[in-house]
Design a protein. Structure first.
Length: 90
């Protein structure tokens, strides 16, 4: 098992239920597996449960990952994973 810190930006604490949380994941888990686990355990009415992964940026330890490959990236113990909703407008 590995422990990662998950940070959510743009979801709002009321929408997601939390903004930062420590999660225990299986060794060799991918970002996709973490994302799907978070979505399925969230309140069904929350933005976290409803938003598609293609509308989310992912950072691991502060580094942005290639959009096409990010979901298959393996996570390691101690990683900080940040999910950010795309912001549009101006």
């Amino acid at each position: 098992m590995a422990t990662v810190m998950v940070r959510l930006f743009g979801f709002g604490s009321r929408a997601s239920g939390y903004e930062t949380k420590t999660r225990v994941i299986p060794e060799g888990a991918t970002i996709r597996e973490l994302w799907e686990d978070m979505r399925t355990s969230a309140n069904p009415d929350s933005l976290l449960a409803r938003i598609e992964g293609k509308k989310v940026w992912v950072l691991i330890n502060g580094l942005h990952f290639n959009q096409a490959k990010k979901w298959e990236t393996l996570l390691a113990d101690g990683d900080t994973v940040t999910f950010m909703v795309y912001a549009m407008g101006g």
